[in-house]
Each structure stands twice: as C-alpha cells, then as structure tokens.
Design a protein around this ligand. Structure first.
Ligand code: ZN
Length: 351
C-alpha cells in the first residue's frame, strides 16, 4: 500500500499508544506499529520526507508518522537514531519471528476498505455536483445545451437516479450547421468503472471510447471534464492541421480515395447516349452513370460524394474536370468552417 512505504510509530511501551516519547530512565526506545486508525491515515497524507545523510544531526528527532521508502531505510534510520541519541534500541516483534515494521494483511484490508469507501463517496459526490457543473458549463459557453436526465420513477420515490446527460456546446452547434459536423452522443452504456454498463458493439463508439479510455473510470465530472478538455484541444490541433492543406485541396483521405479511383478509371470503357447518360464497363461489370444527377449504379458516388471511376470516365469523356466534382464538404474551406468556433474555457470547482 501507499507506494510500498509504511508507517513507523514510536511508543514508550508495548501496546497501541502512538504518542511520541522517550524513556529516559533506562535510555531504551521501543518501536512498534500501532493499530491502524484514522490518525495513521492522516499521517500517510502528511508524511514527512527525510533524506538519510551521513550527518547524525539529522537523526536526533523522531516524529510520529514518519514515512520510509522501505524496511532497509527504516532500519538504517533507527540505527543512526540510536547512535545520535545514545540510546539502546529494541525492536518489538509481533510473533517473535517477524518484526512489526511490516504491515499486516488485516491492516491492508482495513486501509483498502477505507480507500474504496472514500472512492465510492467521491463518485456519489460527483453526481451530486453535476447540476452545478452543468450551470458552470452553460455560463462559460452561453447558448450551449446541457441536459441532465434523471429517472422519473426514482424521483417519484424521492430519489435521484442519473440516466443520461446531453451536452452540445454552442460552438459545436454552429459548426455542425455550417460544416455538417457529425454528432457525438453518449448514454449510460458508455460509462465504465463504478458506473459500468454494457459494451456497445460499434466501431465509432469503440474508437471514441479508446480515445477517452482513462476518463471512463473517473467520477462523472472528472470524466466529462477530461472529454471537454480533450475535445477543446483536438479542435484547436485539427484547425492547425487543416491550415497545412493546399488551398484548393481536399481532406487527405478523400484525396487518397480520389487518386485510387483515377487509377481505376483508365481500365474502363465508356459510351454515351449524347445526353447525360453513360454506360461504363469495368471488366465484366457495366454501370450506368447519370452526370446530371451525379449518380452511378455502383452507388459509390451516393455514399461518398466523390466521383467513382465510372463517373470519372464519363466526365473525362465530356471534357469535365472530375476533381471539381468532389463535394465541397471535403474541401479545406469547409473543414476550416467546421473548426471555426472555439470552446470556451470553464472554471474549476467549486461550482
Ligand atoms: Zn460507379
């Protein structure tokens, strides 16, 4: 426990008293570990760092709750303390075989129970502060939609049970409208750890979950804050990235796809009907391209809005420039529009 460190409590006599004192009558110092109690927990928090140096001056004082990195360091300290204070040192043994400087299993269990209880408390506490957090988000990012959905059934019984939360920042709303930004939605199935739910079998959810992996195990406000900060940073980083694209260019993925289609169109053969209809054969396959409707029976254009090899073949036949037919929302201009608005920083607790 506690990074492998342990606690040393000096006492006068054998027993569980933690008070620090020295028996001057016989110059005997007795060391023992007291039973685990809340004082000791505090001692863990306020542990005192002490470097062992060659100067004995540093070893003339023992303070309740001193903390050593391992048994060897504690033993060395005790030895030097005895030398510095000119006292005899007696180590109290637990079972006459092991020295009591080791932490017992029972103590570890009690400490673990206490830590888990405090962790549970922080999870409950986080849900209780959720409304305050929502108010803070609304005031820092005015115009944002923040909705907390509680169980109506639980409310009718006088309890508050969290079901789901919806957050849409105003910046994201504006960007969604101007640049067709996809929507991200989370519900209870996404939560893990103390708030665990079932896994959702979905590629997008999986990659998003991987992106915020560490956050999923935190109390809800810590988790939401992690996601918000990550999103804020991602938007800023993405904008820097997009600025590097060629001015008349498209997203790297769409450019790559288009280059692959350009390689394929060379093996196609085309015959037009004199209007906007074309028959394009690709090996044994034959597709119908309608340039006016921007459709091909292979349906690739419908899905991607990037001209498929058959459409490219037909466009070339009609002396069109196929690259110009890639949809605007893949362009640098559109993507910069998507990242135009910024999330506003949010104050920390107290909410
Ligand atoms: Zn096609």
């Amino acid at each position: 426990m506690h990074d492998g460190s342990f606690l040393l409590s000096p006492i006068v006599n054998e027993g569980t008293d933690c008070s620090e004192s020295e028996d001057d009558s016989n110059n005997v110092m007795v060391f023992s570990c007291s039973d685990y109690d809340t004082d000791e927990l505090e001692n863990f928090v306020t542990k005192q760092k002490r470097n062992i140096t060659d100067s004995l001056q540093d070893y003339k004082e023992i303070v309740k709750g001193m903390d050593f990195k391992d048994i060897a360091e504690a033993k060395q300290f005790c030895k030097l303390y005895a030398l510095a204070k000119k006292v005899e040192l007696v180590v109290v043994k637990n079972d006459k075989k092991k020295i009591e400087l080791n932490v017992s299993v029972a103590k570890c269990k009690r400490a673990k129970k206490e830590v888990l209880e405090s962790l549970e408390g922080s999870f409950v506490d986080s849900y209780n502060k959720l409304e305050g957090y929502a108010t803070e988000l609304r005031s820092c990012n005015t115009g944002s939609d923040i909705v907390i959905d509680l169980s109506k059934e639980a409310l009718s019984n006088g309890n508050r049970k969290f079901l789901r939360m919806y957050i849409c920042f105003k910046a994201m709303k504006l960007d969604f409208k101007s640049g067709l930004r996809p929507l991200i939605g989370l519900d209870g199935t996404f939560l893990k750890g103390k708030t665990k739910g079932q896994a959702v079998d979905n590629n997008f959810t999986e990659s998003f979950n991987a992106w915020i992996l560490e956050a999923r195990y935190k109390p809800i406000i810590g988790m939401l804050e992690d996601i918000r900060v990550k999103t804020m940073e991602r938007l800023a980083a993405k904008k820097v990235d997009v600025r590097k694209w060629k001015d008349d260019g498209f997203s790297p993925k769409s450019e790559l796809l288009f280059i692959q289609y350009l390689k394929l169109f060379n093996v196609c053969k085309v015959s037009g009907n004199g209007n906007n209809g074309y028959e394009v054969t690709e090996g044994a396959d034959r597709h119908i391209v309608n340039l006016r409707k921007k459709k091909c029976t292979c349906r690739t254009c419908d899905l991607t809005e990037i001209p498929c090899p058959h459409a490219i073949k037909a466009m070339k036949h009609k002396k069109m420039i196929p690259k110009k037919e890639i949809h605007w929302y893949y362009s640098k201009e559109a993507t910069l529009t998507v990242y135009k608005h910024k999330l506003q920083p949010v104050r920390g607790e107290p909410f």
